[in-house]
Design a protein around this ligand. Structure first.
Ligand code: SAM
Length: 350
């Protein structure tokens, strides 16, 4: 018997790369839902367009001084719910010339970008042919060199497993000014949604963000194994990004290194979106439960005593499979809050 909580929210993950958009271009193949819009120019057309625009404005200004390069903004968009965007992110979305966006940037957020911006999808999907990081670097550079204000939109926060640091290094070393606009990382957004305090007096004195996925190199794997063994600490909340594929090994290493198999754990797929699904279990039942429910990427794992503090933990533990179908559980987070507010409102009126 398996439990999963479905949560109805106002946003969705899984943006359609706007390769079909008149203002869009697409780099790489993806499993994403596509918008059905007219044919798009390629990103090379977008660069040419910027070049033309720039040379005509240079002529108009009839100056011999070369125009300055543009700037790149690495912008975090949070875990999916648009109401978790920062004001600065929204302001930039209203003014950018070009927007390069990832798989994790939700459709609802993409809709907020002004219609004049050129959209380029550069998402990566595990196991699929997708954009190479070097191509993304190159594109960012080309657009910036043409004088554009470039927005590099990323899910969560650009500097938390977002490769924002690599883009910063590449561009800064080539004379392009880079600014980072922080976003709410999946850990913060999802723990807030489910009522899991990442630290709590007497329960967790530290938090560790860990990746379950490392590049294919023996030293990288050894480094990760070392990190997991150190993380086997009952007073640390462990938040694992990209941890689904290696979940069984991860849990085995944690328990082998002394973490209590009864430690509460929660897995959340597409957190803060209308598609949110979540399950909870003690560590020794966690892997089987996550596999039976069939959670897919993007899924975040939270392991530690703090999970049991969530008011939803009993529901997350509950069994809910009928004929192989996961039955949506009562709604959590914002939905519960707004229902409570509605009731309050009704009370006031009465
Ligand atoms: C490449 S990392 C990007 C992390 C991002 N920069 C952040 O700060 O949240 C992608 C992983 O983040 C986690 N993630 C991001 N958004 C999520 C969401 N809405 N729900 C669940 N997990 C999410 C998943 O573990 C996913 O595999």
């Amino acid at each position: 018997m398996v439990g999963a909580i479905g949560c109805e929210r106002s946003s969705s993950l899984g943006p359609g790369p706007s390769e079909g958009s008149p203002r869009g271009a697409h780099l790489g193949t993806t499993w994403h839902r596509h918008r059905s819009l007219p044919a798009a120019p390629s990103w090379t057309d977008v660069v040419s367009l910027l070049r033309e625009r720039r040379s005509s404005s240079d002529e108009a200004a009839s100056t011999s001084t070369p125009a300055a390069p543009g700037q790149v903004f690495l912008v975090g968009t949070g875990p999916g719910d648009p109401s978790l965007l920062t004001l600065r992110a929204v302001q930039l979305m209203q003014t950018a010339d070009v927007v390069l966006y990832d798989r994790l940037v939700s459709d609802d957020i993409l809709q907020m970008i002004h219609p004049g911006a050129r959209m380029v999808y550069v998402g990566k999907a595990k196991g699929m042919h997708s954009s190479k990081q070097e191509d993304i670097h190159d594109l960012l550079l080309q657009f910036a060199e043409e004088g554009a204000t470039v927005l590099r939109l990323k899910g969560g926060d650009p500097y938390v497993f977002g490769r924002g640091g690599e883009e910063l290094e590449y561009l800064e070393s080539r004379g392009i000014r880079v600014w980072c606009v922080p976003g709410i990382t999946a850990a913060a957004g999802i723990c807030a949604e489910l009522g899991i305090p990442m630290t709590h007096r007497g329960v967790a004195t530290s938090v560790r963000f860990l990746t379950g996925h490392v590049r294919d190199a023996p030293e990288a794997q050894a480094q990760l194994d070392e990190c997991i063994s150190v993380a086997s600490d009952p007073h640390t909340t462990l938040v694992v990004y990209m941890g689904l594929t290696k979940l069984r090994e991860l849990v085995a290493t944690l328990t082998r290194n002394g973490l209590d198999p009864a430690t509460p754990a929660v897995a959340v797929e597409r957190g803060t979106t209308v598609h949110q699904r979540a399950v909870g279990a003690p560590l020794n039942e966690f892997v089987d439960k996550v596999e039976r429910v069939g959670l897919q990427s993007p899924t975040l794992l939270v392991i530690g005593g703090v999970c049991a503090l969530s008011p939803h933990y009993p529901e997350l533990l509950a069994s809910e499979v009928i004929d192989g179908q996961i039955v949506p559980r009562p709604r959590v987070g914002r939905q519960l809050l707004s229902e409570a507010q509605d009731r309050e409102g009704e009370g006031t009126l009465a």
